[in-house]
Design a protein around this ligand. Structure first.
Ligand code: GSH
Length: 226
């Protein structure tokens, strides 16, 4: 690809939603130049993620999307975006699985998928039923709150293996980037970390990392509160 990397375009929506900033963390960690294009939620034809303009890059009407002028690739779904960034730009394996055994690779993927299919969506639904649902539904709110806490239990257990330093033993990786913005939403979701000292510690540590601070500043306009 040569040394002159053109900036990757990361599509986001300011502070609305935790998924785009995950990709920014990985790009920052790898020193891949990128520029952020901001959209808004809703169906404005030109500016909205459910509008006709945005549908040209993602027919699913959601963020993030990345467009890479170096390869011509367009990706959406944060898992696919992250895998793409790793395949193309993490050739020295700075933020992927530390070990190479079949178990190491499965461990990496299982935590990624657990975030993408469980902790992320459960937190998203908790937020929806707490803040946005047009008609209150206490049963649904309780269900998703419990399910999010159940995911926190699992993460807290895993963090015992590293004393809260990283989700997978050995180093901070893409797995931590996937979790960080979702877990950071805990208080917005009306949840408490009182019973989760290691998650609290991990979140504080994540806040001090340069690539994470830079990602928040570039995507959401402010660094995370430490
Ligand atoms: N599974 C998708 C979820 C994407 C997603 O829901 N993104 C939110 C922002 S974090 C969004 O675009 N929401 C727009 C909407 O709901 O209209 C991923 O991991 O990328």
């Amino acid at each position: 690809m040569g040394t002159h990397i053109k900036p990757v375009v990361l599509h986001a929506a300011h502070a609305t939603g935790p998924n785009p900033v995950k990709i920014a963390m990985a790009l920052e960690a790898l020193h891949v130049p990128f520029e952020v294009r901001q959209w808004e939620f809703g169906n404005d034809p030109q500016k909205g993620v459910k509008g006709v303009e945005f549908s040209k890059i993602n027919e699913n009407g959601r963020l993030p999307v990345i467009e890479d002028p170096n390869t011509g690739v367009v990706a959406w779904e944060s898992g696919a975006c992250m895998n793409y960034v790793r395949r193309v730009y993490d050739t020295a394996n700075m933020i992927g699985p530390l070990g190479e055994s079949a178990q190491d690779l499965v461990d990496f993927e299982k935590w990624e998928y657990f975030l993408l299919s469980s902790l992320g969506p459960m937190t998203g639904q908790t937020n929806w039923f707490r803040h946005f649902v047009p008609q209150k539904n206490e049963n649904a709110l309780q269900r998703f709150t419990e399910q999010t806490y159940r995911c926190y239990d699992v993460v807290e257990g895993q963090l015992k293996k590293t004393s809260g330093e990283s989700i997978l033993p050995g180093r901070v990786s893409v797995v931590d980037y996937h979790f960080e913005p979702w877990v950071r939403l805990y208080s917005f979701a009306g949840l408490s970390l009182e019973k989760y000292p290691l998650i609290k510690k991990w979140l504080r540590l994540m806040s001090t990392r340069e690539e994470i601070q830079e990602a928040y500043i570039k995507v959401q306009g402010q660094s995370p509160t430490v």
